[in-house]
Design a protein around this ligand. Structure first.
Ligand code: PLP
Length: 375
């Protein structure tokens, strides 16, 4: 019996166990658990990797979004545009701050924010745009930034699923996801492409003034201890997590290659199946395959998910309920976003991680074919 996991963090750990264990023990030995040197070292190394001026660590990817919006001085009732077909964090933090989420539709190929929908959603009250680089694929940032610049609207790039992904502008310039907008945010949740062993997050920016403000908000609105300039929160990346991340950052490019190889293998084995659409790779992007997400053209995704589970093959539906259909957003239920609503019925994410073997992938695709052809 072949044992396949959606994400295999234990094998990944075992491959770098000595380095990780030493990094953890060094922090414990130093007892610099909060804001220790490990945090600064990791932030500096990540800034170098991303080619961005400032990396501001925080407690998780959801806080990063909230702090980014707090730093932009948005007023209650201001509109913030974000895709409905996404993880809930952006919409939720918009609502927490008493801002108004404006849900827009997605592109059926990339699963990312649809440019035409974005254009149509802009009003004089639009005060931020949050594109989400979903499943490891960058959004089409050039038109997004053009629209944002025309209307002078800040862009917060949610990079929780796409750290290391790259965008190529029409003049050939390449930039890493999260470093093109006003602020980039990310999560180091264990299963993310760069994950720690608990919770963690960060914000990125090239703007010195904004960086200082983000740092203050994450630290109780304070620069000097016990003196509080603005209302902030307590959102820290702890030193042990930073030390783990600093080790894993060295392997990030290799991890991305492993994910891309697994995706190539899936593509090759599934290419003759008319019943599924394999992930599109936008020509402007370097896809880092946080997820390998199919669209099922004939079957219901919940059914296929259940049948795979009966064969001991994990799969996930990201996301079964789009933002504007969530109970927390009951006032939005009447909105119709055709692509987002179609995708929630079609998408199925197959196991994807850095330790996936060709044998496992063949086993998964063989069973997927059997299920799809026999139903
Ligand atoms: C994981 C994720 C987040 C939230 O990250 P946490 O660290 O769990 O708070 C935000 N946005 C997207 C797109 C995510 O995938």
């Amino acid at each position: 019996m072949i044992n396949i996991q959606m994400v295999d963090l234990r094998s990944q750990y075992h491959n770098i166990q000595q380095e990780i264990d030493k990094a953890i023990l060094d922090v414990v030995e130093s007892s610099a658990f909060i804001n220790g040197p490990a945090v600064k070292q990791f932030a500096d190394n990540l800034a170098k990797y991303l080619n961005v001026k400032h990396v501001i660590p925080c407690a998780n990817g959801t806080d990063a979004l909230q702090i980014a919006m707090m730093a932009l001085d948005l007023e209650p009732g201001d509109e913030v545009i974000t895709p409905s077909f996404s993880y809930i964090a952006a919409a939720e933090t918009i609502a927490i701050l008493r801002l108004k989420p404006v849900f827009v539709d997605s592109d059926p190929n990339t699963f990312n924010i649809d440019i035409e929908s974005l254009k149509k959603a802009i009003t004089p009250k639009t005060k931020a745009i949050i594109p989400v680089h979903l499943f490891g694929q960058v959004c089409d940032m050039q038109p997004i930034l053009e629209i944002a610049n025309n209307y002078d609207i800040p862009v917060i790039e949610d990079t929780a699923q796409a750290i290391g992904a790259e965008y190529t502008f029409s003049d050939g310039t390449k930039k890493k996801a999260g470093t093109m907008g006003t602020v980039g945010t990310t999560s180091f949740f264990p299963s993310k492409n760069l994950g720690c062993y608990g919770d963690g997050g960060a914000m990125f920016t090239n703007d010195d003034t904004l960086a200082e403000k983000l740092r203050m908000i994450a630290n109780h609105g304070s620069k000097v201890r016990y003196y509080h300039e603005i209302v902030g929160m307590n959102s820290r990346l702890d030193s042990i997590q930073a030390a783990i991340l600093d080790v894993k950052l060295k392997y990030l490019d290799n991890y991305i290659l492993a994910r891309r190889q697994a995706a190539d293998k899936y593509d090759a084995l599934l290419k003759d199946m008319n019943e599924v659409i394999t992930p599109y790779r936008a020509p402007y992007g370097y896809h880092v395959f946080h997820q390998y997400t199919l669209r099922l053209k004939k079957q219901n995704n919940q059914e296929v998910h259940k049948k795979l589970a009966q064969k001991n093959i994990p799969s996930m539906i990201y996301y079964p309920v789009v933002g504007h259909k969530q109970n927390m957003f009951s006032a939005y239920h009447a909105i119709y976003l055709p692509v987002a609503e179609q995708l929630q019925k079609e998408v199925l994410s197959l196991p994807m991680h850095t330790e996936l073997t060709d044998i496992q992938i063949s086993y998964i695709t063989d069973h997927l074919k059997e299920i799809v052809y026999n139903s």
